[in-house]
Ligand binder design. Structure first.
Ligand SMILES: [Fe+2]
Length: 238
C-alpha cells in the first residue's frame, strides 16, 4: 500500500466518521475494487476438488454452478429492472447504497459479491498464516492469531441461520470480527457490521451440509486450513 493510498484511507475514514453524523454512507470507498468488482461471475480459481478434504468437490460444484451462479443471474435482472448501469456503478458502490434498492437487489447483489470474495479467500494448500503488518494488526486487535481464530469462529458459530462471518477493517483502521445475516455484507449501508472485508466465511448450510451435516463448528475449524493469507494481505490497508 502506497503512502498516498494510506493517507487516502485515513482521510476517507475521517470523512466517513463525519458523514455518519449527517446520515451519509460511513464507508470509505476503499473496498476490494481491484479484486472483486465485477457483476459477472468469474471463473473459479481452482478445481472443484482442490479444497478437499476440507470442502468436497460436489459441494463446490453445486455452490459455484447453482447457488453463486443464480445470485449473479438474479443480480443482472435486478440491475436491469431498477436501472442500475453496471458500466458506471461499481459493485462496491452498489453495496454502499443497497438500502435504496429492492430486496432482490440486496439479496442477490450481496450474494454475488460475497461469493466472488469467498472463492478468493481460499486456496488449496496452506499459505501458513498472516505475516508482516497484517500479523501485527491481528496481534494488536486479538492478542494472537489463535485469538483471532477464536473470535472469528465464535462469530461464525453464533450467526443464527444463514449468513457470513467476517474479518473487517473499520474506517478508523481497527480489525474486527463479526457476522452478517443472509447475504448482507459489511460494505452495505444497511449493515450493522461495517468496514472493509478482509476475510469472509459462508456459513449457509449449502456451503457445508453435504460433508458436515449439522456440524458447523467442524466446518469452521477445518476451513482455517484453506485461508489464503496472501489474499487477505492484499485487502488489508496498512
Ligand atoms: Fe454460499
Amino acid at each position: 500500500m502506497t503512502q498516498y493510498n494510506r493517507r487516502q484511507f485515513i482521510k476517507q475514514g475521517s470523512q466517513a466518521t463525519l458523514a455518519a453524523g449527517v446520515g451519509m454512507s460511513i464507508l470509505p470507498n476503499i473496498a476490494s475494487a481491484e479484486i472483486v468488482n465485477t457483476y459477472a461471475q468469474q471463473p473459479l480459481p481452482y478445481a472443484y476438488n482442490a479444497l478437499e478434504p476440507y470442502i468436497d468437490a460436489t459441494t463446490m460444484d453445486i455452490h459455484y454452478n447453482k447457488h453463486a451462479a443464480a445470485y449473479a443471474k438474479n443480480l443482472a435482472e435486478a440491475c436491469a429492472a431498477e436501472n442500475v448501469n453496471t458500466q458506471t456503478v461499481s459493485l462496491d458502490n452498489l453495496m454502499q447504497s443497497i438500502g435504496k434498492y429492492s430486496a432482490k437487489m440486496r439479496n442477490n447483489g450481496g450474494g454475488h459479491f460475497n461469493h466472488e470474495f469467498f472463492w478468493k479467500c481460499m486456496k488449496p494448500g496452506s499459505t501458513g498464516g498472516p505475516n508482516g503488518k497484517l500479523l501485527t494488526a491481528i496481534q494488536q486487535s486479538f492478542g494472537s492469531v489463535d485469538g483471532f481464530k477464536t473470535k472469528f469462529a465464535d462469530a461464525a458459530k453464533s450467526r443464527f441461520g444463514s449468513g457470513w462471518a467476517w474479518l473487517v477493517q473499520t474506517p478508523n483502521g481497527q480489525l474486527v470480527c463479526g457476522s452478517t445475516p443472509n447475504q448482507d455484507n459489511p460494505l452495505m449501508d444497511i449493515s450493522e457490521l461495517k468496514g472493509k472485508p478482509l476475510l469472509g466465511l459462508d456459513v449457509w448450510e449449502h456451503a457445508y451440509y453435504l460433508k458436515y451435516q449439522n456440524k458447523r463448528p467442524d466446518y469452521i475449524t477445518n476451513w482455517f486450513n484453506l485461508v489464503d493469507w496472501n489474499f487477505v494481505a492484499t485487502q488489508f490497508v496498512s
